[in-house]
Design a protein around this ligand. Structure first.
Ligand code: ADP
Ligand code: MG
Length: 318
């Protein structure tokens, strides 16, 4: 088990990681989400042992990780870290880039390279020089490279950022299935909703260096504690309760996803249509309510400037 306890860190006197703690088990996939500059990359570098922390401790099983001040070569042996700006050897082949990390004494070396190239769907490029690959293909090779010497913990920083959507889904499915099979703990910093929602066992949400949520994707999605959290999953509406219930004089508001509001004939929240965006199986309608922008789903385009009424579409039987 990985146990991160009360760690804080600053590049200067200003802390950018503020008292973060969490636990993760072998074979788990933990997604770290948060806006740019919130501290995701810094947190991964601390865990890997590249940055020295004055406050807090990190344990892997019963072993306390000592950090860069106590190691000749920074970085723990049982972990692998793939930085945002990964580097490969451009003038050697894909196979050589991966093979470099597997001992030549290992008689399964070729088999292992093949297996890894299959996971990242790059088998047909094994003899291609890295400099001749596209950005997305290089990223696949980089992912295979960090898995070459099978780590116990894998830290990936925005690992699919260069890979187009068309191929991303298959790669994610194959990769996360493989990591589960091998019981490798994987911690991924990402701003891609699908990386987190569809695959993660647990999502950590970071804001301004603080861990503001740590829960399963289902729990975070259905009960987001703030608009910041919900906004990673979808457009989010923050509606004053007084708009829904005229008798409510409190200043409270509710968070609603676009599919939790729908058009009604009359007697609802009165808004004005601003735009309709085609989303494939529905339109996302942008509307305005007292200067607040709202989003809801509808089956057809609505006329701009049209006055509409909205009501909640929450399934109350649940
Ligand atoms: P994220 O990965 O979530 O975008 P980072 O961990 O890269 O965030 O950055 C967190 C904060 O630390 C930011 O305010 C960033 O400007 C600052 N920071 C990151 N790297 C350095 C560095 N090498 N020196 C000084 N400040 C840094
Ligand atoms: Mg980053």
């Amino acid at each position: 088990m990985l146990k991160v306890a009360n760690i804080s860190f600053g590049y200067t006197s200003k802390e950018v990681i503020k008292n973060i703690g969490f636990k993760a088990n072998k074979g788990d996939y933990v997604a770290i989400i948060g806006e740019s500059g919130s501290g995701k990359s810094t947190l991964l570098e601390i865990i890997y042992g590249l940055l020295h922390i004055e406050k807090g401790t990190i344990y892997w099983n019963d072993q306390k990780l000592l950090g860069p001040n106590f190691r000749l070569i920074p970085g723990e042996d049982f972990m692998k870290y793939l930085p945002q700006d990964f580097d490969l050897m451009p003038y050697t082949t894909v196979e050589e880039n991966i093979g470099k990390y597997i001992s030549s004494q290992d008689k399964n070396k070729q088999k292992r390279i093949k297996e890894l190239l299959k996971v990242v769907d790059m088998a047909e490029f094994s003899q291609t020089k890295v400099k001749n690959l596209s950005g997305g293909q290089k990223q696949r090779v980089a992912i295979a490279k960090v898995m070459a010497k099978e780590p116990e913990v894998l830290l990936l920083d925005e690992p699919f950022s260069h890979i187009d959507n068309f191929r991303k889904n298959k790669l994610r499915r194959d990769l996360f299935r493989y990591l589960k099979l091998k019981n490798i703990l994987c911690i991924v910093a990402t701003h891609d909703t699908t990386d987190a929602l569809s695959f993660a066992d647990k999502i950590l949400v970071i804001r301004d260096g603080k861990l503001i949520a740590n829960n399963t994707p289902e729990k975070l999605y259905t009960n987001p504690k703030s608009a910041y959290i919900a906004s990673f999953f979808d457009e989010i509406n923050k509606i004053p309760v007084s708009e829904i219930d005229a008798n409510d004089t409190s200043k409270k508001s509710v968070l609603l996803y676009p599919n939790q509001m729908k058009l009604t004939e009359k007697d609802g929240i009165k808004a004005t249509v601003v735009a309709s965006y085609f989303k494939g199986n529905h339109y996302l309608i942008e509307a305005i309510l007292n200067k607040t922008t709202l989003f809801f789903e509808h089956h057809s385009v609505l006329e701009i400037n049209q006055q509409i009424f909205l009501k909640l579409a929450i399934d109350e039987t649940k």
